[in-house]
Design a protein around this ligand. Structure first.
Ligand SMILES: [Zn+2]
Length: 271
């Protein structure tokens, strides 16, 4: 059986107890992509793996591979985002972000921008300088955009018009539709503002009205340099809520699934 050792930086996106003393970790690495590794003794108080081998740690990991299995030989913390666990609502949000990263990454596939995006998102949530709902929405839209679901936000996907009295987001078709095209296709379903869009999963057509402010924010998020991703403002509370709903609906419908971490977050945050 082939054995080899590697040393890699990695973000722990999942840590599950195994047996009495161990943890099973899911790591997101810059080269190897997503790897599942066993951290022996990581739940024992005096073990050296205890602090680096837990969820929301960005660290360096010495891994020993044997066949399909891998073990952590040694590990050290580079940056710990364990402040995310101090508040249960924040913890579920961080877990949801990790779950999306898990879904969008693959074994042996470098995650590209997804890894710095996850790190930036954790950093922003720990700093508490930003509105959580905005940080979450920015992560969702950018993660979708860099994972093959880049929405068309420049022109109407039906008539290619760039200017119109109003635009709508056609979630399933992955782009904006102008008000003229919407008016000429009465079969389109419009989701009322108050409806939780998680309920709309599986619906064939999801059309959400978006204001100029929301469209500008979406365009910003898909194009901005990573370091300036959160350097934009949303004027009204209404726009903020629509932006959050559009981004969440967009990624969930493209991933074709929901997440229990997200449902728990919504239950606690009541939005
Ligand atoms: Zn149109």
């Amino acid at each position: 059986m082939a054995t080899y050792d590697i040393s890699t930086d990695a973000l722990v996106i999942r840590a599950v107890p195994q047996g009495d003393h161990d943890r099973l970790l899911t790591l997101l690495c810059p080269e190897e992509g997503r790897i599942t590794v066993i951290a022996k003794g990581a739940r024992s108080l005096r073990n050296k793996l205890m602090s680096p081998c837990r969820a929301f740690v960005w660290g360096n990991f010495e891994l020993h591979h044997k066949g399909d299995m891998a073990w952590v030989r040694d590990a050290s913390v580079i940056k710990s985002f364990t402040a995310l666990e101090k508040d249960i609502e924040l913890m579920y949000l961080a877990q949801y972000i990790s779950d999306v990263c898990c879904e969008l990454s693959g074994q042996g596939e470098p995650p590209g921008e997804l890894l710095p995006l996850a790190l930036n998102t954790f950093h922003a949530l720990c700093s508490e300088k930003y509105d959580r709902a905005i940080v979450k929405a920015v992560f969702e839209l950018r993660a979708a955009a860099i994972s093959g679901y880049l929405p068309e936000l420049g022109e109407c996907i039906r008539c290619e018009k760039t200017d119109a009295p109003a635009f709508y987001m056609d979630v399933m078709s992955g782009g904006i539709v102008c008000s003229d095209c919407i008016a000429s296709s009465p079969e389109n379903i419009q989701i009322p503002n108050e409806q939780l869009l998680v309920d709309a999963l599986g619906t064939r057509s999801i059309i959400i009205p978006i204001s100029a402010g929301v469209l500008a924010a979406m365009r910003y998020v898909v194009n901005a340099p990573m370091k300036r991703l959160l350097s934009f403002g949303i004027a009204s509370e209404n726009d903020k809520n629509t932006f959050a709903r559009v981004c969440e609906t967009y990624i969930l419908n493209h991933l074709e699934r929901g997440f229990s971490s997200l449902s728990l977050y919504h239950e606690l945050s009541k939005n």
